[in-house]
Design a protein around this ligand. Structure first.
Ligand SMILES: Cc1ncc(COP(=O)(O)O)c(C=O)c1O
Length: 403
């Protein structure tokens, strides 16, 4: 691999060099270190590397940035909106263009060779999603949608809220999840909001379990974000099993969680998971998915059919027969060109994928460390699920779930 000097690390070294030349730096550093940093930014970098050898551990990240995201330095951009959407690596675009340039692809709903070629890629992408989330194909189905909102709408429209159904949602759900309430209400379901508690904006667990413990006879759906895009709080995934033990189906909105965290569906088993791929790897937009447990899908009743979802329709007998999932839930033609190439999963499957895993693990370890919580009023690690709150006696009720 060619040796490069990415601007970002070089910039850090220059910053340190300047700082080291200041009074504070002079006082704090030994004579040899001062001599090393006072010459030139390049020797400052060398001195810095010698002093902090662990800095080299993330060199792969610099390489990734220099190769895949060179436009950031070129355009002098600092991009931080990773809940809004992630950045694509240039390799994703190049691989996709090369694929489209090389082969002839048709609509995957047909059976000519070009269509079969496309179908193969779409199915490969489906398997790549299952692999990435460590989900068994016996347990989960990947239903391609336009985005997380589309995934949530599929649940909203088809969940059997009639006959004494119940919907429990947290205050900090995205509006696309809160919107499920309109479908629930239209079917006469009960609705319970679970409030947040200040100052940490965590969900009030007493209120949550009071809501989940209510006796109901109908179908019960609990919807919450694994990470709230509103507060940034990561809610305990342990709630999934707790709710299921009480007879609830769980829809986990993972749209803002999965870009920087692994969701292991061999460990956690929510009935439904909604997500948008552009939030994970920037390109393509317009493709997301509903990951749904096969057993849970059997419970859903789609309010209508459309092209792509039915095996047979009779206009004479006024009847129709739905296809099996996932087709039964994919209206019309999937966004097949962008959805297809496994290349979009490359970042997660390949060398650089290992790095992103390392970084995700490191971030998780940092969050779990006592230092991360030092200075916070509530020392509970965000993912523990343990009972908490010295602020529960004064719960603040917020009323602005947002989108
Ligand atoms: C937690 C959460 N859920 C759902 C969505 C909706 O995603 P989309 O607009 O891609 O459908 C977002 C988008 O920011 C989100 O952060």
């Amino acid at each position: 691999m060619a040796q490069r000097q990415p601007a970002s690390r070089f910039g850090v070294a220059i910053g340190l060099w300047c700082k080291a030349r200041g009074t504070e730096g002079r006082a704090a550093r030994s004579a040899p270190a001062r001599a090393a940093v006072s010459k030139h930014p390049r020797s400052a970098l060398a001195a810095f590397r010698a002093r902090y050898p662990q800095y080299a551990q993330t060199a792969l990240l610099d390489d990734l940035r220099a190769h895949g995201y060179a436009r950031l330095d070129r355009e002098h951009q600092v991009y931080l909106d990773y809940t809004g959407g992630s950045l694509y690596a240039i390799s994703q675009i190049e691989e996709h263009v090369a694929l489209l340039n090389r082969y002839v692809f048709g609509n995957p709903h047909s059976i000519n060779p070009t269509s079969l070629a496309m179908t193969k890629l779409v199915e490969e992408a489906r398997h790549a999603v299952l692999r990435y989330f460590n989900a068994s194909a016996d347990e989960y189905v990947v239903i391609f949608t336009a985005n997380a909102t589309g995934a949530l709408r599929l649940i909203a429209e088809a969940y059997p809220f009639e006959d004494d159904g119940h919907l429990v949602i947290t205050y900090d759900n995205h509006n696309s999840a809160v919107g499920i309430r309109e479908h629930a209400r239209a079917q006469g379901a009960h609705l319970t909001y679970v409030p947040l508690v200040v100052p940490d904006m965590q969900v009030d667990e007493t209120a949550l379990f009071e809501a989940l413990d209510q006796p109901d006879t109908g179908s019960k759906l609990f919807v919450y974000p694994a990470q709230s895009n509103y507060t940034g709080v990561q809610h305990p995934l342990e709630w999934i099993a707790s709710a299921q033990e009480r007879g609830w189906d769980v829809a986990l909105d993972a749209a803002s969680f999965v870009p920087t965290n692994r969701l292991d569906l061999s460990r956690w088993h929510p009935e439904f998971v909604s997500l948008s791929f552009y939030k994970m790897f920037g390109y393509p937009t317009g493709v997301g998915c509903l990951l749904a447990r096969r057993a849970a899908l059997e419970k859903l009743h789609r309010p209508a059919f459309s092209g792509g979802t039915v095996m047979a329709v009779s206009v004479v007998a006024d009847s129709h027969v739905m296809l099996e999932p996932p087709a039964a839930f994919e209206d019309g033609t999937v966004n097949y060109r962008p959805a297809s190439p496994g290349a979009h999963w490359h970042r997660h499957d390949s060398h650089s994928g290992e790095l992103s895993d390392q970084l995700v693990d490191r971030a998780a370890r940092r969050r779990a460390s006592p230092h991360w919580h030092a200075g916070r009023r509530d020392p509970r690690p965000t993912r523990s699920g343990a009972a908490r709150s010295n602020h529960r006696d004064q719960p603040a009720r917020y009323g602005w779930p947002h989108g």
